[in-house]
Design a protein around this ligand. Structure first.
Ligand SMILES: CC(C)(COP(=O)(O)OP(=O)(O)OC[C@H]1O[C@@H](n2cnc3c(N)ncnc32)[C@H](O)[C@@H]1OP(=O)(O)O)[C@@H](O)C(=O)NCCC(=O)NCCS
Length: 187
């Protein structure tokens, strides 16, 4: 049953996980892929709760790990629906890591997952509208609209630049880069 409108708080989802040694990379820090996998799970739970249907991940924006996560940290993943379209939703996830001994908390990243709700036949299906109850919720909705608009512009700019790219003309711009051209290419 599709409810017409649901508040952000209806689907807000939080997961807290202890970073165990098996999550670490060879440098002793937590592997970024582990965090991404947990974030995807939380985004999925949050989006599906709002949609009343299972969702799939379409794109992930702003994946930048600003500060490393250590083994033994308690990591909090806070997710809420920031924006809804017709069949798509944007879930924002704020990740914070806490050192259990000192209580110090660090914001490690905030990322935005675009998810699409699917019906039983696997087709995109309408999601409820979002009831915005605070100024922060309005700000997040507006920011998601801007992000979508700029991404569209970026994608169209990038693909036209990519289509116009000439290897012969571009070679000179490689001189300052840390790459070396095989001598056979210069003949
Ligand atoms: C994403 C997917 C549902 C789009 O299907 P489609 O038949 O092209 O559907 P539509 O063009 O109607 O798009 C559906 C919604 O997705 C959005 N969408 C599609 N591509 C998008 C993209 N690259 N970025 C952001 N949103 C996108 C559309 O804007 C639309 O949103 P709206 O209904 O809110 O306006 C389909 O490509 C798919 O199922 N992909 C696989 C996703 C998956 O399985 N992920 C798990 C990881 S493997």
């Amino acid at each position: 049953m599709l409810t017409e409108t649901l508040p952000v708080r209806y689907s807000q989802t939080e997961l807290v996980e202890l970073m165990i040694p098996s999550y670490a990379n060879f440098g002793g820090k937590i592997h970024g892929g582990i965090l991404l996998s947990i974030m995807d799970k939380v985004a999925y739970a949050c989006a599906s709760k709002h949609a009343g249907n299972y969702c799939v991940t379409v794109t992930v924006d702003n994946v930048e790990f600003l500060s490393p996560v250590e083994v033994g940290d308690l990591v909090r993943f806070a997710a809420s629906v920031n924006y809804v379209g017709k069949t798509s939703l944007v879930v924002g996830i704020r990740v914070t890591a806490e050192n259990i001994k000192t209580g110090e908390q660090r914001h490690t990243n905030t990322s935005y997952f675009t998810m699409v709700a699917k019906d039983d036949e696997g087709k995109p299906t309408l999601v409820p509208k979002l009831l915005l109850e605070t100024e922060e919720e309005i700000r997040r909705f507006l920011e998601a609209m801007k992000r979508r608009e700029y991404k569209k512009e970026y994608v169209s700019l990038f693909y036209s630049a990519k289509n116009e790219l000439s290897i012969q003309d571009g070679i000179s711009s490689l001189l300052e880069e840390r790459c070396v051209l095989d001598s056979r290419l210069l003949r």
